[in-house]
Design a protein around this ligand. Structure first.
Ligand code: ZN
Length: 327
């Protein structure tokens, strides 16, 4: 009886002790965050530097996301097919239980020698330079794309932070930039635009429009619907005329998301910019590399780039256009 009481007392005090620690930690963290935010509001240089460092680290995470998200999607599809086959009473060769594979597990390894990447080998850009672009174990080259994605994420985010300055618009546009970079590379690699990314960008744009950092909710909502419908109708017109599929549903969702960010008024800018750059790059690839005409070219990267530029310079581009027309 006494022992039981004692053990109860111990758990009780350790629990309240933990709560005290947690609340001190919470106060410390919230004070620290408040101080950081105050400093960013007071000093544009600190804000831009902060975005640069954070975005370098995010770029490192984007490398993981770009590689793993399509693999995770494929595994989900396989599991669904296996489940369906099983429900139909068919044998399922692929139904063997798969190992955990998500954005955190398993740990990153060298694809050649399976050497586990240690934390000092995972510092954005710097580790790649220190390792001279080679695995520390087997000395096989590490793709230069990894540091380039990290650097591109940091530089584009810094550009956005500098353009919008400290505030809701700046933070929101930086997050949109991260999502667009992830979509660009996933589409280039796999011709997929995951719903997890396109729909996140769409919802984020719609919810943000409540505070109108870029456009009003009214313009964002019409922009999202018009973005989706314009590519959707183009897709069906093209399919009915030629019997071919010119693009995918991911592209419609991405343009819907961009419409929510830039508003319906700037959708024509996104469409014209992406088609123009897409056509130039497409024709260049056809002539330089002699790529097969029937081979599909992902449209997502052009939409993403056009959306990014329109978010930053949409008003300026439209003004230039009217001036050029002499109006
Ligand atoms: Zn290796």
């Amino acid at each position: 009886m006494r022992i039981l009481k004692g053990s109860n007392l111990v758990t009780h005090t350790s629990l309240s002790g933990k709560l005290v620690y947690l609340s001190i930690l919470f106060i410390f963290i919230s004070d620290f965050m408040q101080a950081t935010l105050d400093l960013m509001a007071a000093s544009p240089a600190f804000f831009i530097g902060f975005v640069f460092i954070i975005s370098l680290m995010v770029g490192s995470f984007l490398n993981v996301l770009i590689y793993r998200l399509p693999v995770m999607m494929e595994r989900t599809w396989q599991a669904e097919i296996a489940e369906y086959s099983a429900s139909q009473g068919q044998s399922t060769p692929n139904s063997t239980k798969q190992e955990t594979f998500n954005l955190v597990k398993p740990d990153s390894t060298c694809p050649k020698c399976q050497h586990k990447i240690r934390s000092w080998e995972n510092i954005p850009v710097i580790s790649w330079l220190l390792l001279k672009g080679k695995c520390s174990q087997c000395k096989n080259p590490i793709a230069v794309r990894y540091p380039l994605v990290e650097l591109a994420t940091a530089l584009l985010s810094t550009w956005v932070a500098w353009h919008f300055g400290f505030g809701l618009a700046g933070f929101a546009a930086v997050v949109a930039t991260w999502l667009l970079i992830a979509m660009t590379f996933i589409d280039l690699d796999t011709m997929l635009l995951p719903d997890q990314l396109t729909l996140s960008l769409l919802w984020l744009g719609l919810l943000l429009s409540i505070g109108s950092p870029f456009v009003s909710s009214h313009d964002a909502l019409i922009g999202a619907a018009a973005g989706y419908l314009s590519l959707w109708s183009l897709y069906w017109a093209f399919k009915l005329l030629t019997g071919k599929e010119g693009m995918g549903y991911g592209d419609f969702k991405l343009l819907a998301a961009l419409g929510a960010w830039v508003g319906w008024q700037h959708l024509p800018v996104v469409i014209l910019l992406s088609s123009f750059v897409g056509a130039v790059v497409g024709i260049t690839l056809l002539t330089v590399q002699g790529k097969d005409k029937s081979q599909p070219i992902p449209f997502g990267p052009y939409l993403a780039a056009a959306g990014f530029l329109t978010l930053l310079y949409g008003d300026w581009i439209v003004a230039q256009y009217w001036q050029w027309l002499g109006l």
